[in-house]
Design a protein around this ligand. Structure first.
Ligand SMILES: C[S@@+](CC[C@H](N)C(=O)[O-])C[C@H]1O[C@@H](n2cnc3c(N)ncnc32)[C@H](O)[C@@H]1O
Length: 214
């Protein structure tokens, strides 16, 4: 019984769907992940005229924050998530900026991003790569859409992750950061590093990766 609940929770975190579970997971993400989302945006060093992409945006808190930085008319924000439920919730949250064309949200997968080559200058994501069906394909695709020299930031809380993993959640996912970082290097990212960071007295981790110029 307990195993089934934990398995279901893991599935819903990886792809929330409409219904009671999806609603609960959304409340959880909104309450617990705001801190990591805001820090991913902060560490991305977004410039007003940048083109920015969030992967696995969930309820859209990071998108809401990132768009505030894009004050230049050229600044543009994209997001992609393969949960239709998350896509509809975030679309409602970002409605005004979607209407002006400042923000575009794709309902789709990280492994197939509907953007041209070398157009994105900043990418961020939180609690997302754990669930990608193919880390290598995902990373290669992100690298394809990034401008050479562009920066990608992933924030995570290793201590919290280890606790939920010990409780059986995230079983079968690819949450450990090292294999993810290796795949980033294998697919053309350079200067890939994980750093301890602090904000408001709390410690978390940030993985930085730069799209190779070659
Ligand atoms: C645990 S939630 C995190 C949501 C948000 N980033 C946060 O931290 O609150 C993971 C999100 O990533 C999305 N996701 C996972 N793998 C994906 C993939 N391969 N392509 C697109 N979206 C994906 C899920 O649908 C879900 O919305």
């Amino acid at each position: 019984m307990m195993n089934k609940l934990v398995q279901h929770l893991t599935q819903q975190l990886g792809k929330p769907s409409q219904g009671l579970w999806g609603w609960l997971v959304t409340r959880f993400l909104e309450n617990k992940n705001r801190f990591l989302e805001l820090n991913a945006v902060r560490l991305c060093d977004i410039q007003p005229e940048n083109t920015v992409l969030e992967l696995g945006f969930g309820p859209g808190l990071g998108l809401e924050e990132a768009v505030k930085y894009l004050t230049h008319p050229k600044g543009k924000l994209y997001g992609i998530d393969y949960s239709d439920y998350m896509h509809s919730i975030a679309s409602r949250r970002l409605q005004a900026d979607i209407q002006t064309g400042k923000v575009t949200l794709f309902f789709g997968s990280v492994e197939q991003i509907p953007l041209e080559d070398s157009v994105v200058s900043r990418v961020f994501h939180c609690n997302c790569y754990y669930y990608w069906p193919d880390l290598h394909a995902g990373s290669k695709e992100i690298h394809r859409v990034m401008k050479p020299g562009g920066l990608m930031v992933t924030t995570l809380n290793l201590e919290a992750l280890e606790k939920i993993v010990a409780a059986g959640v995230l079983k079968g996912t690819q949450w450990p950061p090292e294999p993810y970082m290796k795949v980033l290097r294998d697919t053309g990212f350079v200067d890939v590093r994980m750093v301890d960071k602090q904000d408001k007295g709390r410690t978390f981790q940030a993985i930085f990766a730069t799209a190779n110029k070659a």
